[in-house]
Each structure stands twice: as C-alpha cells, then as structure tokens.
Design a protein around this ligand. Structure first.
Ligand SMILES: C[S@@+](CC[C@H](N)C(=O)[O-])C[C@H]1O[C@@H](n2cnc3c(N)ncnc32)[C@H](O)[C@@H]1O
Length: 229
C-alpha cells in the first residue's frame, strides 16, 4: 500500500472508540501519530529498533515496546484494557503462517476490553495474481514522492516465487531510487501471503473475535469485537 491513504480510516475509528490504543507492529508510529490526542494512552509494539526510535521521537508520551508480537506476553496492566487494538499498515501479509496469524488475533483478543474494537487493515491480495506476478521478476514502480532529505524518491518493487513453494505466498522485494543515485537502496526480499477473507474469519472466530464492521471489498479493513470479555 502506498502513502497514507489509510489514516482517515484510523482517525475515524479512533473517534468512535475510547480508552487506550495498542498498535501491534507500529513501525515508526505513523498510525499512532495520526490518532494521538492528549487524553489517550498509546502503546506501540514492534520488533524493529530503528523504527521504534523514530516512533519515540514522534511520540514521546507513548509506551513503545520492542518485542516480537508472536512471543510477547502482555503484562497484566494491559490485558483486557484497550479500547482499540490496531493491526494496520499491511502487517497481516507479513505473517505467512496460519499459526502466526492466530497468535496475532489471540493477542488482540487478550488486549481488548469488553467494548473495545480490534481494527485490521491490509490490502486484499489475489492469490492467483500473486503467483502469476511472482513468475515475472521484473521491477515496477509503486510510487514516487519528494523528500526533504533526498529530493525525488522512487519506490519500485518486484515479486519472486516463494522458495518453499507455499500456496498463496511470494517474496516481495523493494528498492528506492534517490535522485542522482546510480544504484538503488535495495532491501532483501521478504515473504508475504495473500490472506483471503474466509481464512481470516475462521481464525478470528477461533479466538472469539466477531466481525463487527467490514470496509471496502478490495481491502481487509474490518473492525472486530471480542465475545469473551
Ligand atoms: C509494513 S510495516 C507497518 C508499520 C506501521 N504499522 C505503519 O502502518 O506505518 C510492518 C511493521 O510490523 C513489524 N513487524 C512485523 N512482524 C512483527 C512481529 N512478529 N512482531 C512485532 N513487529 C512486527 C515490522 O517491524 C514493521 O515495522
């Protein structure tokens, strides 16, 4: 997903919920920054130390925790206390095993208070198109923007086949061209999975989460509520 097109959704969701917000996979705090208000406790969790240090600059008041959401044990003080739990910014496709997605949803269920909402937002990827695209390793341009630091930046990506040949999975590789550079800043490929709505529904149900609101058909943009609290 390019840009900040999701932020209006998160602002609107934040406005219809109350109480503390926990974002799983908060990265540099893009979403938390967009919804921050003086009266709201913000908690962000991410694996990536560099992203979290940017988040700390943006959100000095927030509790930002470096941890793997798959193995993290939420402290008692956070359990069943959140008015909003967020898994946004295309975190879902990065979890390629069903057991990992189950873990994410179970963590959200454990964090939510009785009237809380779990918001997910990710691109709905067509599994067949993903595997077709992965057979052609050509780069394509995703987005370009003007950066104060680098001038014009162009982001390109390409898909490669999943080395383990898993259905619905591929590797995504991203590179950035900065104005004047002769070679790009190229990242290692990482695995993604084209989760389908029916798979997510089954996993949600399994941990006692029910879909309360569905967004546009081309996204996995749902609000879920816990049936257990
Ligand atoms: C695509 S980025 C989105 C960041 C942020 N939510 C946003 O929308 O700007 C996904 C983030 O999830 C984090 N992440 C992926 N797997 C994780 C895990 N198992 N535990 C914690 N964070 C994870 C990555 O480090 C990355 O910062």
């Amino acid at each position: 997903m390019g840009g900040d097109a999701d932020l209006d959704f998160w602002r609107a969701t934040a406005a219809t919920t109350s109480g503390s917000v926990v974002e799983l996979g908060c990265g540099a705090g893009r979403i938390l920054t967009a919804i921050a208000t003086a009266d709201r406790v913000l908690v962000g969790l991410d694996l990536d130390a560099a992203a979290l240090s940017l988040a700390r600059e943006r959100l000095p008041e927030a509790a930002l925790i470096q941890a793997d959401l798959l193995t993290w044990t939420p402290p008692e003080t956070l359990r069943h206390g959140a008015g909003l739990v967020i898994a946004g910014g295309d975190l879902l496709p990065l979890l390629t095993e069903a057991t990992d997605l189950e873990r994410l949803f179970a963590q959200a269920a454990m964090l939510l208070r009785a009237d809380g909402a779990f918001g997910i937002d990710a691109t709905l990827i067509d599994a067949e198109l993903l595997s077709e695209a992965a057979s052609d390793s050509a780069w394509s341009e995703d987005v370009r923007w003007a950066s104060d630091e680098f001038g014009e930046v162009r982001r390109e990506s390409r898909l490669l086949p999943d080395p383990a040949g898993r259905a619905g999975c591929a590797q995504l590789q991203i590179r950035h061209w900065h104005a004047g550079d002769t070679s790009p800043d190229q990242r290692d490929p990482f695995a993604i999975r084209a989760w389908q709505p029916v798979e997510l529904e089954r996993i949600a149900e399994g941990v006692g989460l029910l879909i309360h609101q569905r967004g546009p058909a081309d996204r996995l943009r749902w609000l879920l509520r816990s049936t257990h609290v």
